[in-house]
Design a binder for this molecule. Structure first.
Ligand code: SAH
Ligand code: SF4
Length: 409
């Protein structure tokens, strides 16, 4: 493989954020200290500020209220003052698709007209919301559909929190005033595994997760949140110290040669460097293990030798290995490993003492599975031949589309 074939970051167009002059401040996504400062700047007396933060916070994040007029424990004048300076807005849901298996995918439009995807995955004992941190991704993992998108913009903290709120809206999950407290959680877990590399948008992701974790609002515990990174080594420790959530790492290969090709950021921070950072991850313990994500690509990284090498690399790290059968997308340069091969791989990891669940692909009929997310407007910008060249593979044969598959192009 030559460097020229494998850019760590491709030619991307970084989009500026648009914010019209004189616009009202969106409350969604402000941290408590930011909200306090904004309320004071809008005319709230300083000695009342903490109380006002608490009140507004509860309305927005506990009750899901969007209209200042409904904040009944605030004086009318104060509600008017808030409405003059602030707004409570979420990204707009453009389309909502529901899979045969109950998975929901939302295409969401953010300021500037760009789009990201959000996926809700209901399971027997939990419901996981997979959210995005960027429009597209500056990285170019060759098996990932998002990595072929050329438009990139960091989401604001408000746009990240907003994804959780709009899913709660759709699922009807806000508590009802006067109704008995309902402890069942439709969204019990949040994973930063949608579009984008969260550690390349660290501050916004951190602030958003602070809002989502806050006890007087959405109140998801820190262990209910998992951030997945492709291996941005310098930011890994901050994930523990500044967010405190669980960590997943897109590992996917057991030699630098193969990982360089699959996850090009490996050429910046290779396997040994990444493992050093993981061994040093603050708070690492058996109850807070690191998840190693490993996509199963036929004939590329799925041999028994790979499994044994992986076991050797994991030594000394409290870890679990999540095996992800490759989710194919139109033009993808890889094939999913066979069930037999995935099970043989899983057994080797399991016998070495590590949990090695095989992820059940969900929402495949609506292209909602891991790594298939790419905004419709940006889909198919890169040709299949270009993707194949980056992966160091011959151009793939045409992938037949299911006749009943929704047309997302
Ligand atoms: N950028 C982050 C998080 C988003 S991707 C990261 O890379 O970790 C979430 C997971 O899906 C990652 O482990 C990613 O490698 C994996 N993934 C990407 N494309 C996939 C595909 N087509 N099939 C299966 N998993 C894929
Ligand atoms: Fe970006 Fe993650 Fe996809 Fe790699 S796998 S291109 S880091 S979203």
């Amino acid at each position: 493989m030559t460097d020229a074939l494998l850019p760590v970051t491709p030619e991307v167009r970084i989009l500026p954020r648009k914010r019209p002059e004189g616009a009202r401040t969106n409350i969604v996504g402000l941290t408590r200290p930011q909200l306090r400062a904004a309320l004071i700047a809008a005319g709230t007396p300083e000695r009342q500020a903490n109380m006002r933060v608490g009140q507004v916070w509860q309305w927005v994040y506990h009750w899901g209220v969007r209209d200042f007029a409904l904040m009944s424990n605030l004086a009318k004048d104060y509600r008017a003052l808030l409405a003059e300076s602030f707004e409570i807005v979420l990204p707009e849901v453009v389309t909502r698709q529901v899979s045969d298996d109950g998975t929901r995918k939302y295409l969401v439009r953010i300021a500037g007209g760009h789009e990201v995807e959000v996926v809700y995955i209901p399971e027997d004992n939990r419901g996981t919301l997979c959210i995005s941190s960027q429009v597209g991704c500056t990285l170019t993992c060759t098996f990932c559909h998002t990595g072929t998108q050329t438009l990139v913009r960091n989401l604001t903290a408000g746009e990240i929190v907003g994804q959780v709120m709009l899913a709660r809206d759709d699922l009807g999950e806000w508590p009802k005033q006067g109704a008995p407290k309902d402890e069942t959680r439709l969204i019990s877990n949040v994973v930063l595994m949608g579009m984008g590399e969260p550690l390349y948008n660290f501050e916004n992701v951190r602030d958003a997760m602070k809002v989502v974790m806050d006890n007087e609002g959405i109140a998801l515990g820190r262990r209910r949140i998992t951030l997945s990174t492709s291996g941005v080594v310098p930011e890994i420790a901050r994930t523990a110290t500044e967010i405190g959530c669980l960590l997943a790492v897109s590992f996917h290969a057991t030699t630098d040669e193969v990982r360089d090709r699959l996850v090009p950021i490996n050429r910046k921070w290779n396997i040994a460097t990444l493992l050093d950072a993981l061994r040093a991850y603050p708070g690492l313990s058996n109850s807070e293990r690191i998840t190693f994500e490993y996509v199963m690509l036929d004939g590329v990284n799925d041999s028994k030798e790979d499994a044994h090498r992986l076991v050797a690399l994991l030594q000394g790290i409290p870890a679990k290995v999540n095996l992800i059968p490759f989710n194919e997308w139109p033009g993808a340069p890889y094939k999913r490993s066979s069930g037999n091969r995935i099970h043989a791989f899983a057994d080797i990891i399991h016998n070495a003492g590590y949990a090695s669940p095989i992820r059940t692909p969900r929402g495949e009929d609506i292209m909602a599975a891991c790594g298939q997310l790419k905004s419709a407007t940006e889909r198919a910008r890169k040709s299949r031949a270009e993707i194949a060249a980056e992966a160091g593979q011959p151009p793939p044969p045409r992938v037949a589309r299911r006749p009943d598959a929704p047309d997302l192009h």
